[in-house]
Each structure stands twice: as C-alpha cells, then as structure tokens.
Ligand binder design. Sequence first.
Ligand SMILES: [Zn+2]
Length: 75
Amino acid sequence: MIQPVTPWKVLYEFTTDKAILAATTFGAMDITYKCPDCDEDRAVTWPFPDVEMEFFDDCCNAYVRFLPKTGSEEE
Ligand SMILES: [Zn+2]
C-alpha cells in the first residue's frame, strides 16, 4: 500500500522549543507544511528529522507523513 507523503519545508533548523531541543541533543527542528484537507499553513516540531514521522493532524484530522530529506538532494 502506498501512503501519501506530505511536502514540508524547514521553518527553523533548530526548534524554538527549548525543552525538546535539549531532550533531542539539538536534533529537533521546526517545519511547515499544508494541511492535506484544507490547505491551511501548519507547523510542527520534528524531534528526529532523520527518521520518518507520521501522525493525524489536529487541523482536519488528516493523515500526514514526512520523509527525511536525503543528503544528496540540493535545494
Ligand atoms: Zn485542515
């Protein structure tokens, strides 16, 4: 089964949430994305950006899934 992948952009390379930042040894970052249902701008803290993250967005309860960026990709 193919699951959707949600496009995302880096908001802050290091999350502004100091507690999470410390807990993840400066690994967490903040990202932005659009709600798959209503296109609303959303933001979330990604504790471990080198690991896939998925959850149900509380905006529309829509399923979102983020894949880590590969190191070989240039912007
Ligand atoms: Zn929404």
